[in-house]
Ligand binder design. Sequence first.
Ligand code: UDP
Length: 376
Amino acid sequence: MTEVDAIVAGAGLWGCAAARILAEKGRAVLVLERRPHVGGNVRCDTDPETGIELHAYGSHIFHTHIDRVWDFVRRFAEFNGYQHKVLARHAGKTYFLPLGLALVNQFYGLDMAPSELPAFIAAEAAKGFAGGRAPANFEEQAISSIGKPLYDAFIREYTRKQWGTDPCNLGADIVKRLPVRASYDINYFPDYRQGIPLAGYNSLFDRMLDHPKITVECNVDWAARRSEFPHGVPVFYSGPVDELFGYKFGPLPWRSLRFEQERMPLADFQGTSVVNYVDADVPYTRIHEFKHYHPENAAVMASRQTIVCREYPRAWKPGDEPYYPVDTAESRELLALYQAEAANVPNLVLGGRLGEYKYYDMDRSVDRAMEATSRF
Ligand code: UDP
């Protein structure tokens, strides 16, 4: 590539979508990725023995209600129509998430109709949170939405394991990810546009980057190449924002994960793709069983083996893989300092979960890439 009109540093979903959009606008785009592969944490491996697609960084299910995002991703992949369901193991029993009629009726030993659930939950919530002021943190927000018994059973300990802190220290926003449904709909996400790429996630990224105006270089750190480019070239950066500025205000708190994979001589271990272990006595948060993401793949489903993966949240330190931004009052203050720093750098656009330090789902990352590139 002789001339570069835009640099994309980091080839996760935000970076790849941004690169594609810029290329289609006629820009010559150079994508620099530090890891040996593109796709960020959506990257998958294929198990050579069974053909099972292994989500190397934990389960990823594409789901969206944003039309332009759905239209965009389907240009690069055909989706298999998989609809995500999550089960929860609590006190020796298995429940269907999300918090809906199936779970609530089973938990309380009731047989409520849809019309009865909202009043029941509201009464439980009122018993747990007196009101008179807005809920100030995750725990208060959760109790004021679902009541204390459900919170204690399904949310408190899982959240403590996931975030490594008392839920009182977390922002209320995460609770919005946990809607209560007055129906037996056990689809974990409320989006009917949903699925896994039939040809696998890696092919989605390969096709997105397959454009004559895009050049991709892996195993390249943006920081090492920075000085080669003139200052006017816009940089779309989706690495950790604190790392970009040398952690000068201190590291932003991230949550990391460790995965323990196990091959089992069994056709089916748990009968579904994800089971959450919401109690404190189990050290992991969930078990993923990847073959269930491709029910359309007869050969994979017929395999007499399965591969499961236990997910252990862990503290993050510089050098570890960051997975989740930890939203606390202190982290928001620190983020504001880094954002102010970034605003002083001309032509720098931050994006993605790491660049924006926001707990984005995949579809939001694509949508944000569309926004970020709109003025270029
Ligand atoms: N959560 C919980 N119990 C569950 C599932 C989720 O307490 O069984 C809480 C927990 O705080 C978690 C948040 O809801 O971090 C968001 O869950 P989600 O399943 O959306 O997390 P992700 O799949 O993005 O890790």
